[in-house]
Design a protein around this ligand. Structure first.
Ligand SMILES: [Fe+2]
Length: 371
């Protein structure tokens, strides 16, 4: 069996297994049970040393939940030390480093006992009403926190958000109660034409107004803060009124959104456009950074290292690891997500790379070497 056939067979097996297992929710006689209560109050701070001794039926902070027999939630006790993965019990977990989820890894992802592991999915792959794909996602969500990473809202377009797309995203958010929701500083739609890419926009005052309007509309529809990711750049664009860190800071100020900082995108863009990646991340508002992406890149086939491509098909490069260390020394314990979208290796390879990110999180500052 060649590689493509093996992957296709794996996807089919995972989807079939999920379909046979049936949706995790809703189920007759079941209820959602969250492990976020502190001494009977629903205000667990979810910080180091917090003792989550109780349970809750209400989700106040986006923690993991599971379905239990109706009426049983209040009798389930979370681990006293909190944030540990209890294989068959309630999960109360502090998310540390996560992995971009791929259906071929479904069974290993659900069974993986790594502390702090969480997963991210592209929202558009799951914006459907039901079926095996949603069943798989709900089965994963019952075990681990999820984040939704949108790629199709076209926030930086001149047009308003497509209301149908936004409604489907809202339905998915309500269904899986994600840890985080993020989108891009990019556009991909003109009228009825959707382009399969994340295209750059000028950082003009006019674009800022449109973007802020679209982020406002999204946050109001989802009733939550979203994070905006910095893009990868391959060529300089004219007509900027703002540098990118200042533009992102202003977006945060106007809309109350947060930031997802992709350090691979920073490294690729700084290389391609010729600026300091360290100066870029030092100019970002640390307290508004709620998620970090790491990924691999490749030199362009024609231009070599002078033009790096944000390919997501290789391990994270060493300079990107150093940049991650520098950023973590500024922002503290922010969830880090490993993206891998091409030449996808076995789950164990991704987990090893993810574990390195978890080590960086546990040892912030030690890795903050000059880059
Ligand atoms: Fe990213």
């Amino acid at each position: 069996m060649n590689n493509t056939a093996a992957i296709a067979a794996g996807v089919l097996a995972a989807l079939t297994a999920a379909a046979q297992a049936g949706p995790v929710a809703p189920q007759a006689g079941k209820e959602k049970c969250y492990g976020v209560a502190l001494a009977g109050k629903n205000d667990c701070a979810a910080g180091p040393g917090t003792s989550c001794a109780g349970t809750s039926k209400a989700n106040y902070q986006g923690d993991a939940w599971k379905y239990v027999d109706a009426g049983a939630c209040v009798s389930i006790k979370t681990p006293k030390d909190g944030f540990a993965h209890a294989a068959k019990g309630l999960i109360v977990m502090r998310p540390t480093a996560g992995i971009g989820f791929k259906p071929i890894h479904f069974e290993e992802a659900v069974a993986c006992p790594a502390a702090g592991l969480w997963f991210e999915v592209h929202a558009e792959n799951y914006m459907v009403a039901g079926g095996p794909r949603i069943a798989m996602l709900e089965a994963l969500r019952a075990e681990r926190p999820l984040s939704l990473h949108g790629v199709g809202l076209s926030l930086a377009g001149a047009e308003k958000i497509n209301p149908e797309h936004l409604a489907r995203l809202r339905d998915l958010v309500e269904r899986v109660e994600p840890l985080l929701v993020s989108e891009h500083l990019a556009w991909s739609r003109v009228g009825e034409t959707c382009l399969p890419d994340l295209l750059p926009a000028p950082r003009s005052n006019e674009a800022l107004q449109c973007l802020a309007r679209n982020i406002d509309q999204t946050q109001e529809a989802l009733r939550r803060r979203i994070l905006i990711e910095n893009p990868s750049h391959y060529m300089p664009l004219p007509d900027h009124d703002w540098d990118e860190p200042a533009f992102l800071r202003e977006l945060v100020r106007r809309t109350g959104c947060g930031l997802l900082v992709d350090v691979n995108n920073v490294w690729v863009s700084a290389n391609n456009l010729g600026y300091s990646p360290r100066r870029y991340i030092d100019a970002l508002p640390a307290r508004d950074i709620e998620e970090i992406h790491i990924a691999g890149h490749r030199p362009d086939a024609v231009h070599g290292g002078a033009l790096l491509i944000d390919s997501h098909d290789a391990p994270v490069a060493e300079p990107v690891w150093r940049l991650l260390g520098a950023l973590l020394s500024r922002v503290g314990e922010v969830p880090v997500l490993l993206e891998r979208d091409g030449d996808v290796p076995p789950f164990s390879n991704l987990l090893a790379e993810r574990d390195r990110a978890a080590a960086y999180l546990a040892d912030r500052g030690e890795f903050a070497h000059a880059c």
